[in-house]
Design a protein around this ligand. Sequence first.
Ligand SMILES: [Zn+2]
Length: 586
Amino acid sequence: MDKFIVSARKYRPQTFDTVVGQKHITTTLKNAILHNQLAHAFLFCGPRGVGKTTCARILAKTINCQNLQPNGEACDACTSCKSFNEGSSLNIHELDAASNNSVDDIRLLIEQVRFAPQMGRYKVYIIDEVHMLSSSAFNAFLKTLEEPPPYAIFILATTEKHKILPTILSRCQIFDFKRITLNDTVEHLQEIATKEAIRAEKTALQVIAQKSEGCMRDALSILDKIVSFTNGEVSYQNTLEHLNILDADYFFKLHAFMMQQQLSEAMLLFDDINRKGFEGDTVLNTFSEFLRNVLVCKDEKVAHLLEVVESFKDKYLETAKNTPSSWIISALNVLNDAEINYKQARNKRLHVELALIKLTYLQQALDLSSGKKKITGSTKAVAFRAIKPIAFHQEQKTNATAPAKLVIEEPAKQAPPVTEAKISTSAQKQASVPNASTRLASLSKIRQQIASEIDNQNPAKPIDEESLQIAWHEYILKLKTSGKNAVVTNFKMMECKPLSPESIQVVCNSEIQLGFLKQERTYLIDFMQQFFHNQAVTISIDFTESIEETLPTERPLTIKEQYLKLTENYPLIKTLKERLNLELDY
Ligand SMILES: [Zn+2]
């Protein structure tokens, strides 16, 4: 039986043209070789598994080829090429800096550089994971890197370019390797499958490519695993099973149930997924990803960001058309919160179910808040209007998602219910100011009319500073007798002043006070209306957060901040760091 060689090694590209997804680099290198403009030091950086070492080896082989092709590729037939292919060439030295990172290792390498190659033109030194070299090793290396003998070429490879000293960076020609795109990966996998006589469904390869996130080595090893697991039959179903991925079909169904507000169906589907062995957080996370994809499809400009199995693309586009953006964004919010709190939840299943319930009724909530649905029947009519300029300034400062602070006008108690009243958010109001103000104007007209009718029997008292303070004091006394001590304490801290003969402004300084005030608001309005014999009395809330509360809360310092703080107090530490060339590990 032949010895099994993993695909990543067996199908390692041997020429520049066969390198996948790095055309910008291979073309530059080929041109440099053809025009004899080769640098003596290269830095290859980029994520793992995208072909850095492979390109370094191909470069080494090509520049040593005795019979260079006119297109800049190695001939793959001369003795030099053959020895490279067999791995027996003496002109290539690979050093893994992850395990050989000391000064001695580098000195050993520099020793070797002094000897010219016995065969071929160039000696190529590949230093992998070069960011792992210690600073002293880096420094020992600098001189050689700057002025190497004409036959020596250094290729440094790293996944973390930011960790390389600037002195090294300036001495190298830098090449940035890209993540391999989904399509490129799929094409490459398809080629290998054909060569190996593996029956592979395209959708399955797409799933593998998606899972490997642009790393070809990962993609190939996943393919190897599935092939040995399934005896050469790579289908969509067994790939999902093997990679423990949830089929997107589930989420299309779940999404449809939610849009139709079919809670029981959604719960049954979640139960079904759960029985298959998928944990709740996987469901939340995958559903977020699904919704992200739907959101991406909303705009054709960004639709190319969609990296999903080809056959699902149309389905995503269709779903995007039928789902309002506001729903998707709110749903992503709900899912995000649920994911964050998942760890702390005692009953994980219930936690996920709660999130699903919220999502199922999300559309209703959105309709209500956007004013699409009218409140009818016995519901008490409440009119909201945008906050006044002074208070509005406050509102802008706070988070946009926080419940908007509104001035709420309570209509006259005995007034007939205003049937056309609508509830709408302040945001929407701001968007349609003229419309809203005219509507509100007509409302207040009705209100005044009714109020004046009642006033004829019992003349209204105008609100002035003095009488208001008496009324406020009386209300606090009333609270005290009913035993609401917490409310009393907070009410005593608030300020109350007349805004006009018919409106009162209450100023509160903290979220807690605001909470109590909102809780008491209806009773307070009733009380004031009775006190001033005027059903048109309104109360507005001015919320000014005190400065102490907006101060940033304390948090632990990061390592960099700790270092900066230390150097502030002990400047010698900075000198020590510079003189010993120490690096911070952050
Ligand atoms: Zn050759």
